[in-house]
Design a protein around this ligand. Sequence first.
Ligand code: ZN
Length: 326
Amino acid sequence: MNWATLEKVQPIASKILTNSVKKNRIAHAYLIQGLRGTGKLEIATLLTQTIFCPNKQGVEPCGVCQVCKRVESKNHPDVHWIEKDGQSIKNEQIDYLRKEFSYSSLESTRKIYIIDDAQTLTNQAANRLLKFLEEPLIETTAILLTDNVQAIIPTIRSRCQLIDLKPLDTEVLQEKMMEANLSKQQSRLMSAITYNIDEAIELSENETYQEIINISVGMIETIINDYDKRYIYLHQNWLSKITDRTETDYGLELLLLGFKDILYMQLGKKESLVFFNHTDQILRSGVEHFSKAKLLKIMSELLQTKQKLKQNVNPTLLMEQFVLQL
Ligand SMILES: [Zn+2]
């Protein structure tokens, strides 16, 4: 990614950041907020390359020199990446960062640290980070990345320049996916699942994930046409293939999109379909079969099931509960 390509998808973020480079006014701390797939890590990498690259053309880093490559592979001695350790970013990680930064830099006078998933900082770690933000030892730029800015303590937020990434426009996204050789139908579905083109390509080429789509269609079909067999279908088809948390979450997301499509079709919004084709028989049966209230109830249960999945409840148990209470 470079600034020119970023400008097309995130014009505001791109403008703020390139202006600060042009005017040589890099902030002490940035807080980049955006949903999964909006390119937070890529932007942090690009900004860091821009600051360090010796062969910049205007604001664009060359992308090929030793420095750019070391930044990209997370091996640059003056760039520190902090990622969550298990569920959170812990005290020791911030202590380590402070220690590292107390040694003077050999390659440059500036150091950058990038904290991914900053919303997972424990309270203590956040308070230590706050002290660090207040008393930088050398010229330092902090880049905090998050999908939920509200989960960052206000005292940290107020010390950062907020860069708010917008969700991509669905049509632009679908076009980009089709340019990357996804079919129209794949692009429609993937644009509802991820903003990240690489992830969309990966999912479309992954056989397991393709199979999960079929199993999800089968589940919806069973609920409509063979309601009493839904529990058997779950065990024979779903649970025999979809085992881990990530796959279960993907399956639930597909079910959600499927039921949403049925609701869209009832509302006459054919153009909003992402999971089904408007000619699909299952979609038509679903439109006849469910009341709006029932569809909303199913969708709300799917959301709750997804939430519980995040809280470490066993996926098999969750799926059993879901189909039984339908
Ligand atoms: Zn370079």
